[in-house]
Design a protein around this ligand. Structure first.
Ligand SMILES: [Zn+2]
Ligand SMILES: [Zn+2]
Length: 111
């Protein structure tokens, strides 16, 4: 990375921003296209990604010890307030086997 001028570095920054904008646009596009998927014969649940986020761990792959049975809404409030929680309370999600997602049931049904 020798001989870079400030404008070249700025150019990289703009390029990175453009890449981010492109990715964001694709995501918005995917969101808007949900209704189109059905007419295109795509899976309305996953958009033919064939994977869906785990509802139990919300895609994180781990849940609090005790799972949803000891789930306390106050915990979420404290977390959103920035209170520190022990990550050792987290155990691998059994529902998705800590993958954070599993195969789309709609797709596995159809295929
Ligand atoms: Zn999970
Ligand atoms: Zn699907």
């Amino acid at each position: 990375m020798e001989g870079l001028t400030a404008s070249e570095i700025a150019g990289f920054g703009v390029g990175a921003l453009l890449v981010c904008a492109t990715i964001a646009a694709q995501r918005v596009d995917g969101f808007v296209a949900t209704s189109q998927r059905m007419s295109l014969g795509m899976c309305k649940r996953c958009g033919d990604l064939r994977i869906v986020a785990c509802p139990q761990c919300k895609g994180i792959g781990s849940v609090r010890k005790g799972g949803i049975f000891t789930f306390d809404i106050l915990d979420d409030v404290y977390e959103s307030l920035g209170a520190e929680r022990k990550t050792s309370n987290l155990v691998p999600c059994t529902k998705c086997r800590s993958k954070g997602h599993f195969f789309c049931p709609e797709c596995s049904k159809a295929r």
